[in-house]
Design a protein around this ligand. Structure first.
Ligand code: SF4
Length: 91
């Protein structure tokens, strides 16, 4: 059975460098008491570095979890433009 890192390795990302399909409001994140997004994101797109939230949309698998996990209203989520985003190699 594959672990999560192996499963994520089966996915290819076609990154759109000109359009971030997820944006976060840094002012809201600075005041967030728990940063649920760090624990919730399976692709580890959210990390904390010295208490500051860092976000990297390029590894997103489009699961939508962060849009639900963030109860502070920081996450704005849209699907990537057509032809961009996650590509599943095995269907
Ligand atoms: Fe992570 Fe899923 Fe949000 Fe993408 S949609 S950043 S994979 S939680």
């Amino acid at each position: 059975m594959m672990d999560i890192k192996e499963r994520l390795g089966t996915i290819k990302y076609d990154v759109d460098k000109e359009y971030a399909h997820i944006t976060v409001d840094e002012a809201i994140c600075e005041k967030c008491p728990h940063h649920f997004c760090v624990m919730a994101c399976p692709a580890q797109c959210y990390t904390l570095q010295n208490g500051k939230l860092m976000f990297n949309y390029e590894d997103c698998v489009e699961c939508g979890t962060c849009s639900v996990a963030c109860d502070q209203g920081s996450v704005t989520w849209h699907y990537p433009k057509a032809g961009k985003g996650v590509v599943y190699k095995f269907g």
